[in-house]
Design a protein around this ligand. Structure first.
Ligand code: FES
Length: 204
């Protein structure tokens, strides 16, 4: 059954954010993917074809866009989708060992869901939290930082009880009115917009 057949107003709203041109229609691909994934947990071949038809493109192009972003899934994921950053800083800080621990403890491989439907795992590229390596993200909702072996075990123990521990930093990050980030610890990070130097005009 078509996902978008009874969602005309939603589709119209998404398309209204982009220019009324073939390129504009293709730009709606990402929010349409997000819509399906939020509702169904992954984007099946059938949904890719449906989105492709809406955007005036091909299912192959939709799949190719999806393959660029680890946030989109082509197969079902578990209730807790554990994503371990495997890029350099995290690798140097022990993400390989963290990954081995996870797949060993959960007995699950990428693309699989544990028999109880609770867990799936994925290696991802840098999630921009290199200073707190090794880190992992659970679902799309939060970052768990400096994940040592013992912290990994604590997290898994909570998740096995059906409780999702509070992340060290939520996603998306809270950005304050002055442009600085509010960390979960309550600290403010980054430079405020007040400290930015305005660009000046001229030809130099
Ligand atoms: S290298 Fe892991 S968050 Fe950047």
């Amino acid at each position: 059954m078509s996902y978008f057949a009874d969602k005309g107003p939603l589709v119209a709203d998404i398309f209204s954010r982009y220019p009324a041109s073939p390129q504009g229609r293709r730009s709606a691909l990402m929010p349409l993917l997000r819509e399906v994934q939020d509702a169904e947990g992954f984007v099946s071949e059938g949904r890719m074809a449906e989105i492709a038809a809406l955007c005036g493109t091909t299912a192959t192009e939709v799949r190719s866009v999806m393959s660029f972003y680890s946030t989109y899934h082509t197969v079902p994921t578990g209730q807790y989708h554990l994503q371990v950053c495997s890029t350099l800083m995290c690798a140097l800080a022990g993400s390989d060992e963290l990954w081995d621990e996870l797949v060993h403890e959960l007995d699950v491989q990428p693309g699989e869901v544990s028999p109880d439907g609770r867990f799936s795992v994925q290696k991802v590229e840098c999630l921009g939290s290199c200073g707190t390596a090794p880190m992992m993200q659970i679902n799309d909702e939060g970052y768990y930082e400096n994940v040592t072996r013992s912290k990994c075990h604590r997290l898994l123990a909570e998740l096995c009880q059906g409780r999702k521990p509070a992340p060290d930093n939520p996603v998306p990050v809270t950005v304050l009115d002055d442009g600085r980030q509010l960390l979960a610890s309550g600290e403010r990070a980054g430079a405020g917009v007040g400290s930015l130097t305005p660009l000046t005009g001229g030809n130099a």
